[in-house]
Ligand binder design. Sequence first.
Ligand code: SF4
Length: 330
Amino acid sequence: MKPLGYVRAGSVEEAVAEFTARPGARYLGGGTNLMDLMKLGVERPTALVDISRLRLDTVEETADGALRVGATVRNSDLAAHPLVRDRYPVLSQAVLAGASGQLRNIATTGGNLLQRTRCSYFQDTGKPCNKREPGSGCGAREGVHREHAVLGHSPECIATHPSDMAVALAAVDARVELFGADGARTLPATEFHRLPGAHPERDTEIRPGELITGVVLPADTAGVPSLYRKARDRASYAFALASVAAVLRVEDGIVRHAGIAFGALAHRPWRARRAEEALLGAAATEDAFGRAVDLELEAAQPLRDNAHKVRLARNLAVDVLTRLAAPAIA
Ligand code: SF4
């Protein structure tokens, strides 16, 4: 029997103080991923700081026209919120593409960002894994890696980030709000998750003890046509082999804004900056989309068994951009 502490926080400040006072603690929101990992012995917290009752469960419009989504807003509530559906359909679609209805009813916005990779070697404590146990090796690199990264991986880790929601947040230029011992700060969603480098044990740029308090969806991308598509082995309740979130504004047949992010290709949502730069000011045609996406995917370094993901991502992205452009050039 392993003792496990538990405390329910009454405020954000109290949550951070309780976490800091209990080495080895974990925050508990919906717990959908944490509980699975505790059962597998991958996560072994000394205590749980329950943040699920904090007043972070609303979606609110800010004075500058942005939307602020609290960290404990449930995934189902986020996807169904009228303002999210109206202004950021890509986010609603991405959330609904993830997990199952039951899981979305309990999983939170903050927890979705912090979920761990589904690499099977990471989840098996009998296998080598640098992310779970730094220095033990990467079982997937020479093992089963059909679903692993093709962009930005390192000799130490080839895992992908499993979130659909985070891909949409990257495409719409969302920011992640954090609170810790040094106070509040925000990070662009595109910089919240890390590439693995030599330290795959660190998934994000979050500092020890920091708590996600919310996500801000900017006014700039509100109402801009957007779309999420995901390719997976079965039609529901499966993680992506590749996914694309895109925000595209076309005026008089010319691309005026493009935000494109790939999911399931890297250790973090992969913002396609090279493709976006190539498209700005270009004619919104399928050929131009194909050339821009090819430029982005030149950086891909597929492994022995996952080159199919590059082609899949390319086709998804061109299809998504072409669909988004169609009403503007019809
Ligand atoms: Fe571990 Fe990353 Fe290798 Fe998977 S890919 S076994 S998570 S080090």
